[in-house]
Every structure is written in structure tokens, then in C-alpha cells.
Ligand binder design. Structure first.
Ligand SMILES: Nc1ncnc2c1ncn2[C@@H]1O[C@H](COP(=O)(O)OP(=O)(O)OP(=O)(O)O)[C@@H](O)[C@H]1O
Length: 443
């Protein structure tokens, strides 16, 4: 009896709070109370309020945005009117039961016969406005069915201190947040090679810096190829086992890496194993993560024979590292503004080997398509909606799906400080001796 009274009272209070939210919400904000930061706020209030709003406005939103069909009149129709004055009635697609998630909800929509997902994809802005949510994403896993994913608030702009403190697994790096509020973890054991594209000032170098900062304390070698004169990767030079700052140096470095791969291959063959991960730990060579900033610098040619030769060598060597590296502990992280076939045929082959994809804001659809095309057409559309002021925001692969994510802002000073702090962990690889930057510990 007491319990049922409490449940009734609680439910009534909840409904009242939901219905009056538009009055007390601005008042609380003005008084400086950030109720959105309360951990259970979304489950207790946000979710019920959003569900009510979605159900309440569904038919109206569908009607305004041409997402309904008209009921076929049972009697003969003349123009837009049915005989006997029966007006044609719009029928909205049927909305399923919403399922709550950590930062929003997911709801299934069954389309009326003849409806396609396209008008719904075009209407996401209207749905966000009508439901007062941060983001609405629509995918269509099956014909006649939509999955509508609603994100209540912009979780990419808020910090997550707990995730920040979590130590990284070996070869994994927590570089930011994904839009469902979780940690954005780039794991080189799971996906050995990554491609990172984005227009200038979209956040590529900051993401690379965040990546280096998280990898720096681990027992691995970092190697840099930065043909923009080493301006970006030079910041973390103290933690790099080698750094190439122009194309001839890059070729020398890549040759040394291919040599290292061959040595590792021989060691695996001798031990009759298929990868360095099957070697006993004491004999296992350190993994090498090769960071390439601005891929185009390796592929652009001025037409002279010398530069064409250099480009061909870079293309072949990079491709070899990408093709054979994963099992031998060599990982590629390649960043660039464009990765299209206009840079040469080698780029297309290389791109196919880079399984992990990250697309920051891009200037054109073609670049988004090159980076994300094999993921999903929806991901391409979303990459193009990243605004210039959304620095560090990207669309990426997470567990076989795509998601929006944002890197942690890592300043050049932070990157330099962390690199200096862990400089003593920099392994000295004999094969890279002639490409060495500063000193390193002997491996
Ligand atoms: N996650 C982030 N949060 C906030 N600001 C960011 C983030 N990532 C990048 N920025 C800001 O965006 C600006 C451009 O970043 P960055 O230099 O990484 O871009 P880029 O793509 O490497 O540019 P370029 O190709 O010109 O080198 C910088 O001022 C940086 O501080």
C-alpha cells in the first residue's frame, strides 16, 4: 500500500516535472544550477520528456516534412477531395517503442508501403528542432525500416574525467570521446593501420599529438615522417626513434623499416610462428608505430624524373609496410588533406590497406567518400556536416560501426612535455641508426 502510493506519487511528480520543464529549466540555468550534470538526470527526466515530445509531435512533423502518405479514399476521389466530403487523411509511419541509451534513445520506424529513407534523411534537422535534441541520425538496415538514433546533448563538448584517467591497454590509445559519451579508443592491435583525413585546420595534427601522448608511456617505438619540414612531429622528436623531414629522408627511413620487417620475418620463420605476437615475450621485438603527417608530400611530383622516381619509391615502400607490417609489429598512421587517386595509383592501393578510418571536416564529398565510402553512405553525409568551428570533431570507425568523435585538445606544449618526460623510453633500433633523432635506450 505504502509502496504503491510512493510509486503513484513519484510518477505524478515526474509527469509534472516533464510537463513544466520549459518553465523551470531556464530558471534553474539562470540560478546557476547545472541540473544536466546530474548523473541520473537523463534516465529520470530527459528520457521520459523526450519520448513524450517525440510521440506528441510525430504526426505533425511527418505532415510538415512530407513524411506521411495519404490514406487511399474508400470512395471515388475528385482532385484532392473524396466524394461525400471525406478529406484525404495523412498517415505517418508507425513509431516503435523507444529504447533508452546512455546519452539518448533509439527508436525503430516502420515505413508505409512505397516510402523510402531519403526524405527522412533530409528531414533530420527538422526532427532535431521539433524534438529539441542535439542530433538525430537515421539509418535503414532493412527495406521499409528506419533506425532513428537520438543524441540528447552534445556529449563531444563535455569532458569525461573518469575516462581520462583510465590507463590504456598496450598499443591502444584513448584520444578523445565518441558521441555516445564513451571513450574514443584507437587500438592498433584491433586495427593495425589508420587513415586520417581532413581539411586544413580541421584537427589532424591535434589528434596525432593526442595519439602520441597516449602511446608515449608504452613500450613501443614511434617513428615520424613529416615532410612539412618536421614542423608538426618535430614537437615530439624526443620520443621518436627516427624522424624524416623531407622526401629523401623519408625514403631512407622507409627502406630501413622494410629491412627491419625482413629481419623480423626471418626471426618468425626461424621460430616457426606467423607473427611477432607468437614469439616468446623475451624475444619479441618492440612494435613500431609509423606516423606520417601529410601524405601528399610523399606523392606530389613536379614532373622531373628525379621526383617521379622518389614518388614511385615512396609508394612502393609504404605499400610494403602496410601489406606486411601488421603481423610484424609495424603500424601505419597516415594523415592527409586528400587521399584521392589524383596523387597517383599508389595512394589507392595504400588506402585499401588502411582499415581504420577517421574523417575530420572535409572540403568536398569526394574526400569523405574516399575515407568513409566503404563504411556507409550515411557516414559520408555526416562528415560533410561537420562545421568549421567543430575543431577536432571527426567521423570514425568504432567496433565496425561509424560514429562522431572528438579528440582531446592537446596543445603543442603538452605534447612536447609528455614526449620529453618519456624520452628515456625511446627504443634505439639499430636498423634506424642512420635515421636517428636524439638519443635512445638500446633494444
Ligand atoms: N579536439 C579539439 N578541440 C578543440 N580545438 C581543437 C581540437 N582539435 C584541433 N583544435 C584546434 O583547431 C586548430 C587546428 O588544429 P590542427 O592544427 O590540429 O589542424 P590540422 O588539420 O592539422 O591543420 P593543418 O592541416 O593546417 O596542419 C588548432 O587551433 C587547434 O587548437
Amino acid at each position: 500500500m505504502v509502496w504503491s502510493l510512493a510509486v503513484w506519487f513519484g510518477s505524478a511528480l515526474l509527469i509534472l516535472a516533464v510537463l513544466t520543464q520549459r518553465w523551470w529549466d531556464p530558471w534553474l540555468a539562470k540560478s546557476g544550477v547545472d541540473w544536466r550534470a546530474f548523473p541520473l538526470r537523463w534516465y529520470l527526466l530527459g528520457f521520459p520528456a523526450t519520448v513524450i515530445r517525440i510521440r506528441w509531435r510525430w504526426k505533425q512533423v511527418c505532415l510538415i516534412n512530407d513524411l506521411s502518405i495519404s490514406r487511399k479514399p474508400t470512395r471515388m476521389a475528385v482532385g484532392d477531395l473524396a466524394v461525400r466530403g471525406t478529406a484525404l487523411r495523412p498517415i505517418a509511419p508507425s513509431l516503435g517503442l523507444p529504447r533508452v541509451t546512455r546519452t539518448g534513445l533509439v527508436v525503430r520506424v516502420r515505413l508505409n508501403p512505397g516510402q523510402t529513407p531519403r526524405p527522412f534523411l533530409n528531414a533530420t534537422g527538422a526532427l532535431e528542432h521539433a524534438w529539441r535534441v542535439h542530433r538525430v541520425r537515421i539509418s535503414s538496415p532493412r527495406r521499409g525500416e528506419l533506425i532513428v538514433t537520438v543524441t540528447a546533448q552534445d556529449s563531444l563538448s563535455r569532458g569525461d574525467a573518469k575516462a581520462d584517467q583510465q590507463p590504456d591497454r598496450f598499443l591502444a590509445a584513448r584520444v578523445g570521446r565518441i558521441e555516445d559519451g564513451g571513450a574514443w579508443v584507437l587500438d592498433l592491435r584491433e586495427i593495425p593501420h589508420w587513415l586520417l583525413v581532413g581539411a586544413t585546420q580541421s584537427g589532424k595534427s591535434t589528434l596525432l599529438a593526442a595519439w602520441v601522448v597516449r602511446l608515449a608511456p608504452q613500450r613501443l617505438a614511434l617513428v615520424g615522417i613529416d615532410c612539412k619540414g618536421g614542423l608538426e612531429l618535430g614537437l615530439v622528436e624526443s620520443r621518436l626513434s627516427a624522424l624524416a623531414c623531407n622526401r629523401p629522408e623519408a625514403i631512407e627511413l622507409l627502406r630501413a623499416l622494410v629491412q627491419e620487417m625482413q629481419d623480423r620475418m626471418a626471426a618468425c620463420r626461424a621460430a616457426r610462428v606467423r607473427s611477432i605476437w607468437q614469439l616468446p615475450e623475451s624475444e619479441r621485438p618492440v612494435p613500431i608505430v609509423v606516423l606520417v603527417d601529410e601524405l601528399a608530400e610523399l606523392y606530389l611530383s613536379d614532373g622531373s624524373r628525379e621526383s617521379r622516381d622518389e614518388v614511385a619509391q615512396c609508394a612502393t615502400l609504404l605499400l610494403r609496410v602496410a601489406q606486411l607490417g601488421a603481423a610484424l609489429g609495424l603500424h601505419l598512421v597516415v594523415a592527409g588533406q586528400r587521399v584521392g587517386s589524383e596523387l597517383g595509383p599508389g595512394v589507392t592501393a595504400l588506402r585499401a590497406q588502411l582499415g581504420g578510418r577517421i574523417a575530420h571536416r572535409v572540403n568536398d564529398e569526394a574526400t569523405a567518400e574516399m575515407a568513409l565510402g566503404d563504411l556507409s553512405p550515411d557516414a559520408i553525409a555526416v562528415a560533410q556536416t561537420i562545421e568549421p568551428d567543430e575543431k577536432g570533431v571527426a567521423v570514425t570507425t568504432v567496433g565496425g560501426r561509424w560514429m562522431r568523435a572528438r579528440s582531446d585538445l592537446t596543445t603543442p606544449e603538452q605534447a612536447r612535455t609528455v614526449a620529453d618526460k618519456h624520452a628515456h623510453l625511446t627504443p634505439h633500433l639499430p636498423v634506424l641508426a642512420h635515421c636517428m633523432t636524439g638519443g635512445g635506450t638500446s633494444e
